[in-house]
Ligand binder design. Sequence first.
Ligand SMILES: Nc1ncnc2c1ncn2[C@@H]1O[C@H](COP(=O)(O)OP(=O)(O)O)[C@@H](O)[C@H]1O
Ligand SMILES: [Mg+2]
Length: 137
Amino acid sequence: MIDVVAQYRLEIQIEDDIVIVRRKARQLAQARKLDPFATAAITTAVSELTRNVLVHAGGGSVVLEEISDGERYGVRATFEDHGPGIANLELALAGGHSTSKTMGLGLSGSKRLADRFEVKTEKGVGTTVRIEKWQGL
Ligand SMILES: Nc1ncnc2c1ncn2[C@@H]1O[C@H](COP(=O)(O)OP(=O)(O)O)[C@@H](O)[C@H]1O
Ligand SMILES: [Mg+2]
């Protein structure tokens, strides 16, 4: 069972929101005593996924949560947009495939950096990406 200790919902509409979301994620990771590597990992992943919402879906939102399993704390980020959906999820997750002219490493990199990673996407409906990062044991 995972408890949600605190929850913050942030809109992702303009470039400046990337900085705001990134800063909030780092703040929560530090508050919940994730180690510096885990803090950097969640901060980087959140930053990439926020950018994806903005660039590929034209905006959306993220819910940042402090979570606990009773022994450890973690940070969870759930991104939601109503953009076009990810056309080829398998390719997008493999890495190095971008429909814009960027690196195509945001999604695959975020998956690698997270302890848990989930994506749901539907063409013409939108995309939800959820990641978790936990304190070390
Ligand atoms: N929220 C999203 N909505 C629609 N498509 C997305 C979204 N996030 C990622 N994608 C698709 O997945 C591809 C890979 O994403 P990513 O690895 O972050 O690379 P990049 O952003 O550099 O293109 C993107 O090029 C885009 O086609
Ligand atoms: Mg990207």
